[in-house]
Design a protein around this ligand. Structure first.
Ligand code: GLC
Ligand code: MG
Length: 629
């Protein structure tokens, strides 16, 4: 009875609120799933994944409860950086298929109710892009592309041959100088990544207009949002001042390429103008958002990729008068590893983001991607399930890297088989840099190549052999205790429970082992959830009743029901909260009714909510017990 009352009040309130708000912020209640297209599903048997392969798997996302997919670049590319070197922003690379395949993918995705995000690569093109092929020819004013890239003369007062007189000390992210000499032009061009990835010149309004046009091209095709690649690198200091040395850097390998970490990047990243570009992109996305010409595409999501301290990321959200990205990726959790994992460390990382979140802005979490080792290798296989619990149940939008839902692990690739240019460019440190291990093919079933490809030859990167021992979708679908079964349960919980659709977060017990938090709905009386993660190396038994009481919260009868446990072996069991035992690496979610006994943690105390709370208490006839027995 009480539940019915409360649900009715909740429904009334949410409907009223959503009529009042203009934007349909669908991305708040979705899971973003990152697909590395070369590695997801190969439809034509060439050993490399493609668009038709992805289209053939779209139902999978409905099955597992994922609402949004993000594709790493599929544009025409010579693949020096596997698609991040774009040769034509408005074409699909033949390895991935055709534009018709893309149209088919987006149309089927939308039919299935899925949103599709593209990667947008604004900082650089491929050196094979028509603009660069033209630009490198001459600096004559008749060359319409002459200023599309960042060209510089050799440094003055330099007695060496011109091609050795590099303009300054800047180092590329992938190793070596950012400057590359072009004989025809007798000038250097700048590349913050590979030399095959020349940086575009954003001081040139024509370049900005071309990129705006690219955005409009994909938005017109109906993409639901974009992830802006390497955004912080768009501008460099005009005076080309040297970057200061990093006092903390020691290069253990003499003669190695100059390392990116050897300098402090005060002149090449996060220049204030970058923020303006972001706000400008927002305006373009908004031309296609909430627009009556675009029924069915209510609001386009913009995410920026910037690796920096969380404080430095905040301006990407926007200012008081200009909106920016819906969120910059929050990579905090990616920095958890075997050495630093603990309940306290997780809280520190979570809290850093939540505490500084600008008012009205939405949090997000990333636990891995195509540039970082997989969770199983970073923090250990014991914690992969708990990591999915954390990612999916913290407040905000989670991004899941493909394969994490079945706990895929890194592969090992020998140097002579290595594909990633980041490793090849840094031969003495290659194992620190290679990104091949986390890019291995998706493991679908127990058939040859894990069902990823029908090729009789090799796949572009080897398949992790653990697909034969349960790390594949088919086996895990058939096992209701699998990591995938857990993922599906968590995704369903997020979708069904109002408590997971707010951004309220209350820490409960946080120790070396335990990170635990409470998720509460906006409306008091609806179910709350206590999420307990044991990130330590020993089991823990703790009194959550006492911990809640310290935070001025009490529960009905000091007990609840386990709605999901990471090992899927406690689901549905009653659970007293005075002594909760959680094994090392385990996570459990307990449904409880929590009442706030002062105003401090209450999300909102409108008269309506006070009335709702009173009604809840009256109808439930609750007898509060303040002590554990
Ligand atoms: C981003 C991508 C990375 C790529 C780089 C250059 O950091 O995530 O994979 O190599 O940009 O485009
Ligand atoms: Mg293929």
């Amino acid at each position: 009875m009480r539940c019915l009352w409360m649900r009715a009040i909740f429904l009334f309130m949410t409907t009223t609120l959503s009529f009042g708000s203009k934007r349909d912020e669908w991305w708040k209640n979705t899971i973003v799933y990152q697909i590395y297209p070369r590695s997801f599903m190969d439809s034509d048997g060439d050993g490399v994944g493609d668009l038709a392969g992805i289209t053939s798997c779209l139902e999978y996302f409905n099955d597992i409860g994922v609402g949004t997919i993000w594709l790493n670049p599929v544009y025409k590319s010579p693949m020096a950086d596997f698609g991040y070197d774009v040769a034509d922003f408005k074409d699909i690379d033949h390895i991935f298929g055709t534009m018709a395949d893309f149209d088919e993918l987006i149309s089927k995705a939308h039919q299935l109710g899925l949103k599709l995000l593209m990667d947008f690569v604004p900082n650089h093109t491929s050196d094979q892009h028509r603009w660069f092929v033209e630009s490198r020819k001459s600096k004559n004013s008749t060359n319409q592309y002459k200023d599309y890239y960042v060209w510089e003369d050799p440094k003055q007062d330099c007695s060496d041959p011109p091609h050795q007189c590099i303009p300054n000390n800047w180092v590329s992210v992938f190793g070596g100088s950012v400057w590359e000499w072009v004989q025809e032009r007798q000038q250097f061009y700048l590349h913050q990544f590979l030399k095959e990835q020349p940086d575009l010149n954003y001081a040139n309004p024509q370049v900005q207009a071309e990129m705006d046009d690219t955005l409009r091209f994909w938005l017109t095709k109906g993409v639901d949002g974009l992830r802006m690649d390497a955004t912080r690198h768009i501008y460099e200091n005009d005076k080309l001042e040297d970057e200061p040395l990093n006092p903390d850097y020691t290069d253990s390998v003499p003669g190695e390429h100059a390392q990116y970490q050897s300098l402090l990047h005060t002149k090449t990243v996060d220049l204030p103008k970058v923020y303006d570009v972001t706000y400008h992109w927002r305006e373009i996305l908004d031309e296609f958002s909430d627009n009556p010409d675009w029924p069915g595409y209510p609001s386009r999501l913009m995410v920026v990729e910037v690796y920096n301290s969380h404080k430095a990321l905040l301006p990407y959200y926007g200012t008081s008068d200009r909106r920016g990205a819906d969120f910059p990726f929050n990579f905090g959790l990616v920095y958890l590893n075997k050495e630093n994992m603990s309940g306290i460390k997780i809280q520190e990382l979570v809290n850093a983001w939540m505490e500084d979140l600008p008012p009205g802005k939405w949090p997000n979490w990333v636990t891995g991607n195509h540039d970082r080792p997989r969770i199983a290798d970073r923090v250990g296989i014991t914690y992969t399930r708990a990591f999915n619990v954390l990612n999916l149940l913290l407040p905000g939008t989670p991004t899941s890297y493909y394969g994490e839902e079945i706990a895929m692990g890194n592969i090992w690739v020998a140097f002579n088989k290595t594909q990633d240019p980041f490793a090849i460019n840094n031969p003495n440190h290659w194992e620190n840099y290679t990104r091949d291990p986390e890019r291995s093919p998706m493991q679908w079933d127990r058939s040859h190549h894990a069902g990823f490809s029908t090729t009789t030859g090799d796949t572009w990167l080897p398949v992790n052999q653990n697909y034969l021992s349960g790390v594949n979708v088919a086996d895990q679908m058939a096992d209701n205790t699998s990591t995938l079964a857990l993922y599906m349960k968590l995704a369903a919980l997020r979708k069904e429970q109002p408590a997971f659709q707010t951004n309220h977060l209350k820490y409960v017990i946080v120790t070396e082992n335990i990170f635990s938090f409470l998720r509460m709905p906006d409306t008091p009386g609806l179910e709350s959830f206590l999420v307990i993660i044991n990130a330590g190396t020993s089991n823990s038994t703790d009194d959550y009743s006492a911990a809640l009481k310290k935070k001025m919260m009490i529960t009905e009868d000091n007990s609840g029901i386990v709605v999901v446990s990471s090992n899927m072996d406690r689901n549905g069991k009653p659970q007293g909260i005075c002594n909760v035992h959680v094994a090392a690496g385990e996570a459990i979610v307990i449904r409880i009714s929590v009442y706030v006994i002062n105003s401090e943690p209450a999300p909102s105390l409108s008269p309506c909510l006070i009335l709702a709370t009173m009604l809840a208490i009256i109808f439930s006839g609750i007898v509060f017990r303040y002590q554990c027995t």
